[in-house]
Ligand binder design. Structure first.
Ligand code: ATP
Ligand code: MG
Length: 381
């Protein structure tokens, strides 16, 4: 199988996208899409996966699909370069999931650390929907259906890509080289791999309500930044502060460039100098937060402007999703033809199979005929 350079990634439509998505996933995809290094790029809105834990709130998913699409387009995901599509419109993904389910054990699924922490977060430890427990398998189908060799995503996706690699390995060893082996592509900076929440929790997440959304206006960003958790031992300006594990400094590492210092905070040439001062003492949290709000607003400003324009033509956004879904389906259909062939369930395509079966039954009938004739002859003698 010739391996093209293909990336595949996506997001759950469980709300609008936040700045964790931007640094952890979207920024990278836009760079890859524009790099010219990839033959095909797929970006999926994972509505079926979102229903595994939002099955009682389909309206939320329905509303969020267009929000996520608007976030993509305003961040620069370009439908001429990337296929943007909706998961539920590609039935081949669910067929592939079914085949993969035979290759994974229940105990393996229960060991997935991301799923475990999500179960805790959602109070699902006592009773977990089967669909939710199996979503890493369905995600393996999403990745392999598009022959992706690269999955640009945040750190929480490492167990999913590992599970996918195991499935690919098992499938290819059992049925012959059929599926492409994917690799996770993490953001370079540690701060971007898993951006913490405003509340200092380990991950900014739509489900935890601790986010700055890409569509938040300037004032909302300022207000949210002011409520941020910082160093709890830094009580007065004179106190020595800690920059490690301090969300304000983690966000600055993720977003602030030297040019932001020159424009908004010329007292300091760069982040190292600011960190040094904070650690020495004599620098207040409010001052640093004001700077952080300016930096985030500077990054979000062009995104918000583009979003506003796109919101004036919502039918065009749905058209992009519909056309993308058709293109994505074409690709998944090709992979599934290969998969069915490998699994020997391509009964109606394989003309040789019919010929072989015709011959087999003919021979069987002939053998029976010969046996009958032989027995009749024996009886006579
Ligand atoms: P949900 O709470 O519904 O799971 P989420 O905020 O975790 O939502 P997803 O749609 O699950 O978002 O994740 C989409 C992509 O964004 C994945 O590649 C994931 O790794 C990345 N991502 C999500 N949150 C963060 C974060 N805080 N930091 C870095 N990357 C993130
Ligand atoms: Mg998530």
């Amino acid at each position: 199988m010739e391996q093209k350079k293909i990336f595949m990634t996506g997001d759950r439509p469980t709300g609008k996208l936040h700045i964790g998505h931007y640094v952890g996933a979207i920024k990278r995809r836009v760079e890859l899409q524009n790099s010219g290094l990839y033959d095909e790029c797929y970006v999926m809105i994972a509505d079926t996966q979102a229903l595994t834990d939002y099955y009682d709130n389909p309206d939320k998913i329905r509303e969020s699909v267009v929000e996520v699409a608007l976030d993509y387009l305003s961040c620069g995901v370009d439908p001429d370069k990337s296929v943007i599509f909706v998961q539920s419109r590609i039935p081949e993904l669910f067929e592939l999931t079914c085949y993969f389910l035979d290759l994974v054990t229940l105990s393996r699924l229960e060991r997935n650390p991301t799923v475990k922490s999500e179960m805790r977060q959602k109070g699902m430890e006592e009773s977990i929907p089967v669909g939710f427990l199996c979503y890493p398998v369905s995600q393996a189908a999403d990745i392999t259906a598009f022959d992706a060799d690269t999955v640009p995503a945040g750190e929480d996706q490492a167990p999913m890509v590992e599970q996918c690699q195991e499935i690919v390995h098992k499938f290819n060893s059992l049925y012959g080289e059929t599926l492409a082996m994917p690799h996770l592509l993490l953001p370079e900076k540690d701060s971007c791999k898993r951006l913490p929440g405003l509340d200092g929790k380990a991950k900014m997440s739509k489900s935890l309500n601790n986010c700055i959304y890409l569509s938040d206006d300037e004032r909302t960003v300022e207000k949210k930044v002011m409520t941020m958790f910082t160093d709890p031992t830094h009580l007065t300006i004179e106190d020595k502060g800690h920059t490690e594990n301090n969300p304000v400094f983690i966000y600055l590492e993720a977003f602030a460039k030297d040019e932001h210092f020159a424009r908004f905070y010329p007292q300091y040439p760069n982040l190292e100098a600011l960190e040094r001062k904070y650690r020495e003492g004599g620098l207040g949290d409010v001052e640093v937060k004001k700077f952080l709000a300016k930096v985030i607003n500077d990054v979000l400003d062009p995104i918000r402007k583009r979003r506003h324009e796109l919101e004036n033509d919502i039918p065009a956004v749905y058209k992009i999703l519909e056309e993308g879904s058709l293109k994505a389906r074409e690709k998944a259909m090709q992979t599934l033809r290969r998969v069915r062939r490998a699994l020997k369930i391509n009964y109606f395509e394989d003309k040789k199979l019919i010929e072989k079966q015709v011959k087999r039954f003919r021979k069987q009938h002939q053998d029976e005929e010969n046996l009958r004739a032989y027995l009749a002859k024996q009886k006579k003698n």
